[in-house]
Design a binder for this molecule. Structure first.
Ligand code: AP5
Length: 252
C-alpha cells in the first residue's frame, strides 16, 4: 500500500490523503516522525508567540495542541460554572486556580489522541502545575520563547483573532486578509491595563518555572524577539535536536 502511494507521488502526482507533492510528503513524514511521542511544553510570557507557534507546529507536525487559555475561553463561551468562575480571574489578568487547570489537563489527557505528540501551550504556569504534570505525563522537553517585557504590550494590544478558524493575527505584525477583517475579534483581556497585570502574574508565578525545568535538564531557550518565521525556524531546529537526542539516548 505504502509502495503504491510512494510510486504514485514520486512520479509527479500529489498524494490523495494530504494533497502533497513527493517532496512535501517526505518532509511531512520526517516532521511527524520527529514529533512522534514528544511531549513539549511551550513556555513564555504573554504575547511571546506561544499560540502563534503552536498553531503552526500542530499543522506542520500533525500533533496535538493543548492550550489551557483556549480551553478556558471555550468554557467561558459555554457559560459553564467553571467558565464563569474562571472568567473573573482571566479578566483581571490573574491565574486561574491550579486545581481547575490540573483538572482540565487530566481530563484532556484521557482522550485517545493524547498518546501521540503533544504541545502544551500556556501550561504549566506555576511550579505546583508542573509538579502535577510530572505525575500524569512525561515531559520530553521545554521550549522557552523569550521576549522582553517592552515588546509585549504592542503585541497584545494589536492582537486580533479569527473566531471562525482560531487563527491569530496582529494589526501590524501579521495583518489578516482584507476579506476577513470585519469578523476579527479582540480578546477582552487584551487591554494595556490587563496585560500589565498578566505580566505581573508571569513574573511571580511562571518565570520560576524556567529554572525549575533547567535544573531538570529540560529547558531550551529560543530568542522570541524576531519575526514569526525566524522564531518558527528556531523552534523547528530545537524539535529536531530534541528528537535526535532522544533517539541517541534510547539507542545507547
Ligand atoms: P492564554 O490564552 O494562555 O494567554 P497568555 O498566556 O496571556 O498568552 P497569550 O495568548 O496572550 O500569548 P501567546 O504567547 O500565545 O501569544 P500569541 O501567539 O497570541 O491565557 C489567558 C488567561 O487564561 C490567563 O491570563 C489566565 O487567566 C488563564 N490561564 C491560561 N492558562 C492558565 C494556566 N495554566 N494556569 C492558570 N491560569 C491560566 O501572539 C500575540 C500577538 O503577537 C499576536 O497578535 C501575534 O500575531 C503576534 N506575534 C506572535 N509572534 C510574533 C513575533 N515573533 N513577532 C511579532 N508579532 C508576533
Amino acid at each position: 500500500m505504502y509502495k503504491r502511494q510512494h510510486k504514485k507521488i514520486s512520479t509527479g502526482g500529489r498524494d490523495e490523503k494530504f494533497g502533497l507533492s513527493f517532496n512535501e510528503f517526505t518532509t511531512l513524514c520526517k516532521k511527524i516522525n520527529e514529533m512522534k511521542n514528544l511531549r513539549l511544553v511551550i513556555l513564555g510570557r504573554q504575547g511571546s508567540g506561544k499560540g502563534t507557534q503552536c498553531l503552526r507546529l500542530s499543522e506542520l507536525y500533525r500533533t496535538i495542541h493543548i492550550s489551557t487559555g483556549d480551553m478556558l475561553r471555550a468554557a467561558v463561551k459555554a457559560g459553564s460554572p467553571m467558565g464563569l468562575a474562571a472568567k473573573e480571574y482571566m479578566d483581571a489578568g490573574l491565574l486561574v486556580s491550579d486545581e481547575v487547570i490540573i483538572g482540565l489537563i487530566e481530563e484532556r489527557l484521557q482522550n485517545d489522541d493524547a498518546g501521540q505528540g503533544v504541545l502544551f501551550d500556556g501550561f504549566p504556569r506555576s511550579i505546583p502545575q508542573a509538579e502535577s504534570l510530572e505525575v500524569i505525563a512525561t515531559v520530553s522537553s521545554v521550549i522557552s520563547i523569550e521576549v522582553p517585557d517592552d515588546a509585549i504590550v504592542d503585541r497584545i494590544v494589536g492582537r486580533r483573532m479569527d473566531p471562525e478558524t482560531g487563527e491569530i493575527y496582529h494589526v501590524s505584525f501579521k495583518p489578516a486578509p482584507t476579506e476577513i477583517q470585519d469578523r476579527l475579534v479582540q480578546r477582552p483581556d487584551d487591554t494595556e491595563e490587563t496585560v500589565r497585570a498578566r505580566l505581573g502574574a508571569y513574573h511571580t508565578q511562571t518565570a520560576p518555572l524556567a529554572d525549575w525545568y533547567s535544573e531538570r535538564g529540560l529547558l531550551i531557550r529560543i530568542d522570541g524577539d524576531a519575526s514569526i518565521e525566524q522564531v518558527g525556524a528556531s523552534v523547528e531546529e530545537a524539535i529536531a535536536s530534541i528528537s535526535c537526542c532522544l533517539l541517541y539516548t534510547s539507542d545507547a
